[in-house]
Design a protein around this ligand. Structure first.
Ligand SMILES: Cc1ncc(COP(=O)(O)O)c(C=O)c1O
Length: 404
């Protein structure tokens, strides 16, 4: 992990608010997952929605990962960065005809989650190959908003409709070359993950043309001090070993298993640096006001998510309880509530930890405030700024030039 001195130097050099990412942490997480999946015919994809900063993407590419892309811009960025089309899965939600054509022409793998889209693909590109996203009717995740399977979920074709998938495929001579599921995000419960995987494995026996089964992402990380992360021994015995036996007995030959995590690879690599500029003693609480906010890291406001907050400037002071809040005009604008942190004074730099996933990628310019800067720290500890903060004038010029 990035050490305190290094983070303070970066805050000094590039100002705040700034996201900092560590390449070493990302490399370690990729190697760690590969280690636990050893022996499986495997392809790892990276769900770039977690963080599409260019050096993050380049690291994934150089480590041989493919990409899970969910929008035309994600797809184009992956292609422009040199990811091979055959390693890009395009899983756009409510895919349009235009998006379907674009992905088809680019030669990437279309991942279709609706029967009506499968039908449209068949009509326009009969004889083509496709991956189908299933809903195994078992969902999981750190918050109800991130559960992406189950009867209330909009994602995937219900596994009960396998016959309909087979029917459409036969009518248009489509080759179902992949089955996919992704049941949610931030999952630390290996048993539920396995239950969902076994549903799609059972369903896959209806197909003898499969090249891969993509069991999705969703692997959780420890955000809270009392959390220990995924139990990788259990993961191996409960998921990896059965997957190995399953593959050996499958009617499709040369079948491989794909995983597509986002958070697992990048969450712990990132820190959001922000400066405390206002200490307010109210009647009931102490507010530590910062120069960042929910527009930069929306996870606490959106999911009640926990991020550790560290006083980097004065880490050894007596602990006090704070609400650490942002500068946005919303009451949900906080990083932490009732949180014990080493005594904060105005001017202190704090680090909001484990912010590498779904931080910058979910950030906005709400209240006409700039996105944070982003700094990449490579394996040799060299820091490079990969995104600059905009000035208020830049933002206003942009608004006026686009006629808003
Ligand atoms: C289809 C799909 N795959 C993979 C992911 C990555 O999830 P995570 O970052 O939890 O691994 C997501 C996240 O929403 C997703 O929608």
């Amino acid at each position: 992990m990035l050490d305190r001195d290094q983070l303070l130097t970066i805050a000094d050099q590039y100002g705040t608010p700034t996201y900092v990412y560590s390449e070493s942490v990302i490399l370690e997480r990729i190697d760690r997952l590969r280690f636990h999946l050893e022996g499986l015919p495997l392809q790892l994809l990276y769900a770039m929605k977690a963080n599409h900063a260019v050096p993050v993407m380049e690291t994934m590419r150089d480590k041989g990962l493919g990409i899970d892309a969910v929008s035309p811009a994600e797809l184009l960025l992956a292609l422009r960065l040199g990811f091979k089309p055959e390693r890009i899965l395009f899983s756009a939600n409510n895919m349009t005809d235009e998006e379907m054509r674009m992905a088809h022409e680019a030669g990437v793998i279309l991942n279709v989650g609706e029967l009506s889209r499968l039908e449209k693909l068949g009509k326009e590109f009969p004889g083509s190959s496709v991956c189908v996203r299933l809903n195994p009717q078992i969902g999981a995740g750190h918050h109800e908003h991130v559960i992406t399977a189950g009867e209330k979920s909009k994602f995937g074709i219900p596994v009960e409709h396998i016959d309909r998938i087979v029917d459409v495929a036969q009518r248009y001579d489509l080759r179902i070359r992949g089955l996919h599921q992704h049941i949610g995000s931030g999952i630390l419960d290996t048993e539920t993950l396995w239950k969902a995987i076994s549903v799609i494995l059972d369903a896959s026996r209806s197909f003898d043309t499969l090249d891969f089964i993509n069991v999705g992402g969703g692997l959780g990380i420890p955000y809270r001090p009392e959390e220990t992360g995924l139990d990788m021994e259990l993961f191996e015995s409960l998921i990896v070993s059965p997957l190995k036996s399953f593959i050996a007995s499958h009617p499709s030959k040369n079948l491989s298993i794909w995983f597509e995590p986002g958070r697992y690879f990048v969450a712990e690599s990132g820190v959001l640096l922000t400066q405390v500029n206002t200490i307010k003693h109210s009647t009931q609480r102490i507010f530590a006001g910062t120069d960042s906010g929910m527009n930069h890291l929306i996870r606490p406001a959106m999911y009640g998510a926990y991020h550790e907050v560290r006083n980097l400037t004065h880490p050894d002071g007596p602990v006090a309880t704070y609400d650490i809040v942002g500068n946005i005009c919303e009451s949900a604008d906080y990083f932490a509530r009732d949180r014990e942190v080493a005594h904060l004074t105005e001017g202190d730099i704090v680090g909001v930890m484990n912010a590498g996933a779904y931080g910058i990628s979910m950030a906005s310019t709400y209240n006409m405030r700039s996105l944070p800067a982003e700094v990449w720290v490579d394996v040799n500890n060299k820091a490079t700024e990969v995104r600059k903060r905009k000035t208020a004038k830049d933002i206003v010029d942009e608004a006026l030039s686009s006629g808003n």
